[in-house]
Design a protein around this ligand. Structure first.
Ligand code: NAI
Ligand code: 15L
Length: 273
């Protein structure tokens, strides 16, 4: 099949760089967009999500947008408002105006970070996993902006017929680095599998799924992602012995260990942005 043209926003970031490496082998022709220049990609669009004209030109003729751009940790409300809330609205307006049929939105576990984490022993039975219907409980302004993005996606689906798959990503990095991440880790390769499924699945409207590998210590229900055609191949468990030896098991009395969102649920969580 012909490559599908996908606008990748946030292409200079950690996840964007991983996906720039992995998604072309699925047949995608990626257009890259980020406020930071990407020296090794001369054709990349260097623009801010505040720039509506640049966004409109960037999405024109694309088959889909994989929307990763934004502030990815807690910050001040004003910065989150500009990049994640107004920026995501600008993106959806460009998508609507140019008739792009699908968005895959990088939502986050922090949209419901205050959900109490399930306790082991692992693997948990399905009924103990956090269901996709769990109420949202943002742990930060950052998490709140992901709730906004999901609701914006629903509005644009209902009102304008733009389809979105919102992926509530756990932790997508080359390796898990904390004991919490053993439960929410998504390997980059599984990330590419899930984004490919979300970009191509035969679904309409707004679909919300959790995004992680098939970890032995999984806390949430991956059945929604699997229903898109996602078949995870990785499990964090090979990293468990070393991380637990170094850090100990999660302590139920430690507030940074009590919830899905981990240390985002403690204050103050202002990172240098
Ligand atoms: P990152 O911080 O490494 O990359 C974000 C990129 O967005 C950066 O390159 C930045 O320059 C760009 N950006 C920020 N504001 C912008 C603006 N106003 N206009 C244009 N570009 C802008 O973050 P990472 O880890 O790559 O995450 C990507 C997306 O996935 C983010 O939306 C994040 O919230 C989401 N996510 C990531 C997770 C992970 O484990 N990496 C977990 C959950 C969600
Ligand atoms: C996120 O939403 C962040 O963007 C990422 O940097 C990680 O902190 C991840 O969640 C996580 O919860 O580990």
């Amino acid at each position: 099949p012909a490559p599908r043209t996908v606008l990748l926003t946030g292409a200079a970031g950690g996840l964007g760089t991983l996906m720039r490496g992995l998604l072309p082998s699925y047949g995608y022709d990626l257009r890259l967009f980020d406020v930071q220049p990407i020296p090794d990609a001369p054709g990349a669009i260097t623009a801010d999500l505040a720039d509506r004209d640049a966004l409109r030109e960037a999405v024109r003729g694309a088959d889909a947008v994989l929307h990763l751009a934004g502030i990815s940790l807690e910050s001040t409300f004003d910065k989150i408002l500009a990049a994640n809330i107004q920026g995501t609205h600008n993106l959806y307006e460009a998508v609507r105006e140019e008739g792009v049929p699908r968005v895959v939105f990088a939502s986050s576990n922090h949209a419901l970070g205050f959900t109490p984490r399930p306790q082991g022993p692992y693997p948990l039975p399905r009924e103990a996993l956090i269901p996709i219907t769990a109420p949202r409980r943002p742990d930060t302004y950052y998490g709140l902006s992901k709730c906004f993005g999901e609701d914006l996606a629903q509005l644009y689906a209902d009102l304008h017929g733009v389809d979105t798959v919102s992926v509530r990503i756990g932790s997508c990095f080359p390796e898990p680095t904390t004991v919490r991440m053993l439960s929410v880790w998504m390997s980059p390769e599984d990330g590419a599998r899930l984004f490919d499924a979300a970009l191509t699945a035969d679904v309409t409207g707004h679909t919300v799924v959790y995004g992680s590998s098939a970890n032995t210590r999984l806390w949430w229900d991956l059945s929604g992602a699997r229903a898109l055609g996602y078949e995870p191949r990785d499990d964090s468990e090979p990293f468990a012995a070393r991380l637990v030896a170094e850090q100990g098991e999660l302590d139920p009395a430690n507030p940074a260990h009590a919830h899905l969102g981990g240390a985002f649920c403690t204050t103050p969580p202002i990172w240098p942005y």
